[in-house]
Design a protein around this ligand. Structure first.
Ligand SMILES: C[S@@+](CC[C@H](N)C(=O)[O-])C[C@H]1O[C@@H](n2cnc3c(N)ncnc32)[C@H](O)[C@@H]1O
Length: 274
């Protein structure tokens, strides 16, 4: 990461903090319950231990992979990395995984789509959160795809792992309307993110949850998130320092946006300053 991007992230993080609101400022009952159970009062589910055991296996695995990273920002796209390095750097953390699990549990989708399988940690959290949903996950690197597929098989996880670039998948005549939970965790480029959002920004008559990861990754990604917030209608948009969440559906009749922070990080809110 360049120094310029580090400075931008620091300033953007500060602005976020000033504007952010805790759960005490949320008036909608639906949102209050969602934010409470996803971010504030997380229960421990048996599934978490199963998934964290997989992470431990990965963290102990020093097999070298030749990874073709199709994500944005990397000039050197093919690199050797061990499984443990990938698990440490790219896989969702336990905290994020648990948030994904709870978002899936509360949204209760019938079809989940994930952009960016990596080692399958996020896929497992989402799939375990919504056990009756069918799940598809996309990964451009073949070695990562193979590892995640083997893990899903071992765990008998009902996850359809596809080896493809996101761009190829989207250029096929795939119907996105049926996916009611979509997690976008790879390719943090403005054009890709906004074009994908435009495809997903359709009313399907059902609730739809879109989760954009790493919205503060760089200026480009943050600009894409601003585009999304401005473009949605009749939707809740929730911004955290990591995730951008869009909830749309027939039960949402207006547009509301929150910069959400957990109450332990902002125990005191000063009027006019968030
Ligand atoms: C941050 S990791 C995903 C982590 C995973 N979702 C989780 O929760 O553990 C991003 C993944 O997206 C893949 N990726 C990035 N851009 C891609 C593209 N354009 N097409 C296919 N895969 C891509 C990368 O290879 C990488 O494995």
């Amino acid at each position: 990461m360049t120094l310029r991007n580090k400075i931008w992230r620091f300033k953007a993080g500060l602005k976020f903090y000033i504007k952010s609101k805790t759960i005490y400022s949320i008036h909608s009952k639906f949102l209050f319950k969602l934010l409470l159970e996803v971010f504030e009062e997380r229960k421990n589910y048996y599934d978490f231990a199963d998934i964290e055991a997989i992470r431990h296996q990965y963290l102990a695995n020093d097999k070298v992979l030749n990874i073709n990273d199709l994500g944005a920002g990397s000039l050197n796209n093919t690199r050797n990395k061990t499984v443990q390095e990938v698990a440490r750097v790219s896989a969702s953390t336990a905290t994020k995984g648990q948030a994904l699990f709870n978002l899936a549990r509360l949204a209760n989708p019938s079809q989940i789509l994930e952009f960016g399988t990596n080692l399958g940690i996020g896929s497992l959290y989402l799939s375990r959160g919504a056990k009756s949903a069918s799940m598809t996950t996309l990964e451009g690197d073949f070695s990562l795809h193979q590892i995640s597929q083997a893990t899903f098989k071992d765990l008998k996880a009902p996850i359809n792992a596809i080896h493809t670039s996101f761009e190829n998948y989207l250029s096929s005549d795939i119907k996105l309307d049926d996916f009611d939970l979509v997690y976008i965790d790879g390719n943090h480029q403005y054009d890709f993110t906004t074009a994908l959002f435009d495809k997903l920004n359709v009313m399907t008559g059902k609730q739809r949850l879109l989760i954009f990861d790493d919205i503060y990754w760089n200026q480009e990604m943050y600009k894409a998130w601003q585009y999304i917030i401005n473009k949605v209608q009749n939707a809740y948009t929730i911004e955290t320092l990591s995730l951008g969440i869009v909830i749309m559906g027939p039960h949402i009749l207006n547009k509301q946006h929150f910069n959400f922070i957990r109450k332990k990080f902002k125990p005191i809110q000063i009027p006019f300053f968030g």
